[in-house]
Design a protein around this ligand. Structure first.
Ligand code: ZN
Length: 147
């Protein structure tokens, strides 16, 4: 970790100015709103899922730089992954933000690992995990009749 602070700022800026996945995805299979009232962050997560693989995804929303960048980074990581793989990454990310992930686990998060220092900013924790929490809920809420 040579210069994590400027890397962190760069990633937040880049994903806010040029988000890759912030648009209204049509024909989504799963749609869920996530809100973080303590900061006023809102996102609507939309996913297309085929045979338990996330084949496409996007979000719309409004809120602070951390919440929006974190959701954008998340989508870049989970598209093409299975539900199980995506939930595994969510578990690591949420534990990292709470300061409970190992270095090996944080390596798995690649770019999202740049947000690790948020574990030292308690007021921003809910902003950082908003997208990932919404991802967990979207699969939890899904009915279990996988036809
Ligand atoms: Zn926020």
């Amino acid at each position: 970790m040579i210069d994590n602070r400027s890397f962190y700022n760069e990633i937040l800026t880049e994903h806010n100015m040029h988000p890759d996945f912030k648009y209204d995805l049509e024909n989504a299979d799963l749609i869920l709103d996530g809100i973080n009232p303590s900061c006023g962050d809102e996102i609507t997560l939309k996913l297309k899922v085929e045979d338990d693989v996330i084949v496409d995804g996007a979000f719309v929303g409004d809120g602070c730089a951390i919440s929006q960048a974190s959701a954008d980074i998340m989508l870049g990581m989970i598209i093409g992954k299975t539900r199980e793989e995506a939930l595994h990454l969510a578990d690591i990310f949420i534990r990292m933000i709470k300061g409970n992930a190992t270095e090996e686990e944080i390596d798995e998060l690649e770019e999202a690992g740049a947000l690790r220092d948020i574990s030292h900013m308690p007021s921003r924790v809910k902003c950082a995990v908003l997208g990932w929490h919404t991802l967990e809920e979207i699969f939890k809420n899904r009915s279990s009749n996988n036809t």
